[in-house]
Design a protein around this ligand. Structure first.
Ligand SMILES: [Zn+2]
Length: 265
């Protein structure tokens, strides 16, 4: 049984020095691939290098909504340069309206550009949405269905919106937050999403899962994905192996083009 970590950040300065052993431990845990997302221009190069160094690492390039203020004058060229040079996806991008002082208009502009690139270059996209669901749905209605599927990472929305997102070509990604004993909303979402439309992720090095006997203050890593899958399957009362196989196949459906491109290089 194999796993794909559909969203993580292996370039992160908290873990980068340990990346060799992290990759090793992932392999031992049967985590075959890791989709590692850059978050701003300054970590594009490192994300690209990681994907060159490790066959298991699939890169995505994008501007995270938290970092829209960091963009340079030629960020669009930068982003396109990496997307064209590497077999890669787009992200992490999206909308985060948690803090009222953040520049929402700028987030929307930057995110819409990523969506346009995903359609034009036919790439999978990894989307972060927090407290911005209405705006997100409004943008989706305007832009229409994605040509290549994308994911909503670490889904925190309600179960009743899931059919809308499935309609627009999106998959729903579940992180360690599904293991939180208080996460009834996330568990409801997991129960609602169709079998062919969910994937799993760690969001390494964040969202450390609630694993019995483990302190939650540690840094997360992809090797924890099978444990997340186990708890998630238990919480919705389905067979762990079948559940994990579905998640694996679904991740392949989303990210197959990156994998194929990587092998052809
Ligand atoms: Zn992330």
């Amino acid at each position: 049984m194999y796993f794909i970590d559909s969203h993580c950040h292996l370039h992160d300065s908290r873990i980068i020095l340990d990346v060799l052993s992290i990759e090793d431990r992932a392999k031992i845990a049967n985590v075959q691939h890791m989709v590692s997302c850059a978050t701003k221009e300054s970590n594009f190069k490192l994300t690209a290098q990681l994907s060159k160094d490790f066959d298991s690492i699939l890169p995505c390039f994008g501007i995270h909504p938290w970092f829209v203020d960091s963009i340079s004058e030629n960020w669009k060229e930068q982003l396109e340069h990496y997307l064209i040079d590497y077999s890669s996806g787009i992200g992490e991008t999206g909308l985060d309206f948690t803090d009222k002082t953040w520049d929402r208009e700028k987030q929307i502009k930057v995110f819409e550009h990523h969506l346009m690139l995903a359609r034009e270059l036919e790439r999978p996209i990894s989307i972060h949405i927090r407290k911005a669901w209405d705006t997100f749905i409004h943008i989706l209605k305007k832009t229409g269905k994605l040509k290549v599927p994308g994911i909503i990472h670490s889904y925190s929305g309600s179960a009743d919106m899931i059919p809308i997102f499935e309609h627009y070509g999106l998959y729903i990604s579940f992180s360690g937050s599904v293991t939180n004993p208080n996460s009834k909303k996330v568990v409801n979402a997991l129960e609602t999403v169709s079998k062919k439309r969910f994937v799993l992720e760690t969001d390494t090095p964040d969202i450390y899962p609630y694993i019995a006997g483990v302190k939650s203050s540690r840094l997360n890593e992809p090797k924890n994905l099978p444990a997340i899958a186990q708890v998630a399957a238990n919480r919705i009362g389905v067979d762990f192996e079948k559940f994990s196989k579905c998640a694996y196949d679904n991740s392949l459906s989303v990210f197959r083009s990156i994998l194929k491109g990587k092998k052809d290089n």
